[in-house]
Write a protein that binds this ligand. Structure first.
Ligand SMILES: NC(=O)N[C@@H](O)C(=O)O
Ligand code: NI
Length: 166
């Protein structure tokens, strides 16, 4: 019997054990360029490990997910972090899990606003991109290089997410 997952608002505090929230946090703001630009400094750190690894910048165009949605798998990237920042200004779902002896624990679901991004820390369990409502573009900063940077885990019984109220 599948369990339903609740959806919570994305906040720095709730997401802290999984990575960083990329948003215009006043505490990180520095005025630059003669006061014409607000720099929200060092919101997250991109990590790429291993010989020959590099940090790359990508665009992902995610197709909207249908609901109710079955979360039947999680993945992680053992050699690098991965960030998603909306460039279409649309909300999206962020699904993460704590690690429990090498497998993902119960997924936690967050609704990210269209002005929030996330940076998954290296080796943090997460679900692939979950765009909502219409095709949405995301700036993605992650790791390129040798070695397989993708580990997937498939649940015996999927977890279900109902359509989020936007
Ligand atoms: N495969 C890929 O580049 N994307 C996934 O890692 C993802 O988290 O969406
Ligand atoms: Ni990923």
């Amino acid at each position: 019997m599948s369990e339903y997952l609740d959806i919570r608002p994305l906040t720095k505090a709730a997401f802290a054990s999984f990575g960083e929230v990329i948003e215009a946090d006043p505490a990180s703001m520095r005025l630059i360029n003669g006061g014409t630009t607000e720099r929200f400094h060092a919101l997250a750190v991109a990590e790429a490990t291993g010989e020959g690894a590099r940090v790359i910048i990508n665009l992902f165009r995610g197709q909207p997910r249908s609901f109710p949605y079955a979360v039947d798998m999680m993945e992680r990237h053992p050699f690098g972090s991965q960030s998603f920042s909306p460039v279409s200004g649309r909300p999206f779902l962020v699904i993460v899990s704590e690690d429990e002896n090498g497998r993902p624990g119960r997924p936690q679901v967050f609704l990210a606003r269209g002005d929030q991004g996330v940076n998954y820390g290296r080796n943090v369990w997460h679900h692939p991109l979950m765009a909502l409502g219409q095709a949405s573009d995301f700036l993605v900063v992650d790791r390129d290089g040798p070695d397989n940077n993708l580990e997937e885990f498939f649940f015996e019984t999927p977890f279900i997410i109902k359509e989020p109220a936007l």
